[in-house]
Ligand binder design. Structure first.
Ligand code: PRP
Length: 184
């Protein structure tokens, strides 16, 4: 059956569940401090950002609202195509709000570059970016990233929101996919 998880697809575990959860608590503490006295709109980028949003938000003590935007740049390919499209737009206006974008991973930066330009037109009070993973080495456009969980190497990463052919987003840690699965 397709999508059944087994360690056969794992080259190695890159970030354990415990490491992710510990880092999330640190990030949340910093966000609580930075946004003290403010309301924040957590803007989750679907689909990958949902795990991170769920875990991070549990540790936030500031008032938070949540909204979701679907942006896709990859389809089922393994490389960024540079083609970005909105698959689901926000439900509420962000005018005058402090927007904190929640991402699982930043790679080329093309997705966020597009999104920030798109959101800026809607007149938010501020926009900041929080990503669990940063594949900095692949950056093609410069974008300001305010909160980073982990800087990661240029490998095919799966788990904790990141998929391989839409599966394995539910795995609670981040692993490197065995190269044979994307070179075949
Ligand atoms: C991934 C990730 C980011 C984007 C990063 O999403 O969640 O949104 O790619 O790549 P970039 O910096 O090169 O633009 P993807 O398009 O795979 O969608 P998904 O989260 O629904 O899997």
């Amino acid at each position: 059956m397709k999508g059944v998880f087994s360690m056969d697809i794992v080259e190695r575990v890159l970030i354990t569940e415990e490491e992710i959860q510990n880092r999330i608590k640190e990030l949340a503490a910093q966000i609580n401090k930075d946004y003290e006295g403010k309301e924040v709109l957590l803007l989750c980028i679907l689909k990958g950002g949902m795990m991170f949003l769920a875990d991070l938000s549990k540790h936030l003590t500031i008032p938070v609202a949540m909204d979701f935007i679907g942006i896709s740049s990859y389809g089922n390919a393994t490389q960024s195509s540079g083609v970005v499209r909105i698959t689901k737009d926000l439900e509420e206006s962000i005018e005058g709000k402090h927007v904190l974008i929640i991402e699982d991973i930043i790679d080329s930066g093309l997705t966020l570059s597009y999104l920030i330009n798109n959101l800026a037109i809607r007149k938010p009070a501020s926009i900041k970016i929080c990503t669990l993973l940063d594949k900095q080495i692949n950056r093609e456009v410069d974008i300001p990233v305010d909160y980073v969980g982990f800087t990661v190497p240029n490998e095919f990463l799966v788990g904790y929101g990141l998929d391989y052919q839409e599966f394995y987003r539910n795995i609670p840690y981040v692993f490197v996919l065995k190269p044979k699965y994307y070179t075949e």
